[in-house]
Design a protein. Structure first.
Length: 170
């Protein structure tokens, strides 16, 4: 069963981590469908019915994004607000996300030490985890690249991208 990767990066052409991650994932077109929100919807006017139909096709979904102000990029928050509707994702009859496996793939500017010494990335992602638990999903361990702002060597990012692909392909 193939898996869906929803990408929320506002400027992939300027990206290092998410761009290399996607280049690695592109080696597995039969196993992964990549859905880049900003490329599909440059003005972020989501086609809610089409997005719900897409989500419904997959049992496992990865949300891939850079951390922005200790949160998800606003496109992803807008996506949840608009696509995860009452009667679809929650409320009466709202069981369409129930039983799906969800994973987050997150890049951060800050180093791992930063996130271990104070608030952790899992702490910051708690609202996302709670949202998906509320919709009846199982949340799998996140894949992370820490320290994008420390000018990481491309080799390190490529190796992290391979770990990411292996993790989601199981
Ligand atoms: C608007 C904005 C806000 C950011 N906020 C954070 C933040 O709160 N914490 C953090 O560690 N990095 C932050 N960053 C750094 C990004 O997370 C980092 O540049 C990105 O994950 C690198 O991935 P990329 O090479 O694919 O763009 C921010 C970057 C931008 C543009």
């Amino acid at each position: 069963m193939s898996k869906l990767v929803i990408v929320a990066h506002p400027s992939l052409k300027d990206s290092l981590i998410n761009r290399i991650w996607l280049a690695e994932l592109a080696n597995h077109p039969d196993a992964l469908e990549i859905h880049s929100l900003y490329e599909k919807y440059p003005d972020l006017n989501f086609d809610v019915a089409a997005e719900q139909a897409l989500l419904s096709k997959y049992d496992e979904i990865v949300f891939q994004f850079p951390l922005h102000w200790f949160n998800v990029p606003f496109a992803l928050k807008k996506y949840l607000d608009e696509v995860f509707t009452y009667g679809w994702a929650f409320g009466p009859g709202g069981d369409k996300m129930k039983g799906k496996k969800i994973r987050f793939a997150v890049s951060t500017g800050g180093t791992k030490d930063t996130y271990e010494s104070r608030i952790t990335l899992d702490d910051l992602l708690k609202p996302m985890s709670v949202t998906f638990h509320y919709c009846g999903c199982e949340v799998l361990p996140s894949h992370v690249f820490y320290g994008a702002s420390t000018q990481p060597a491309e080799d390190a990012v490529v190796s992290n991208a391979r770990e990411y692909a292996n993790q989601i392909l199981g």
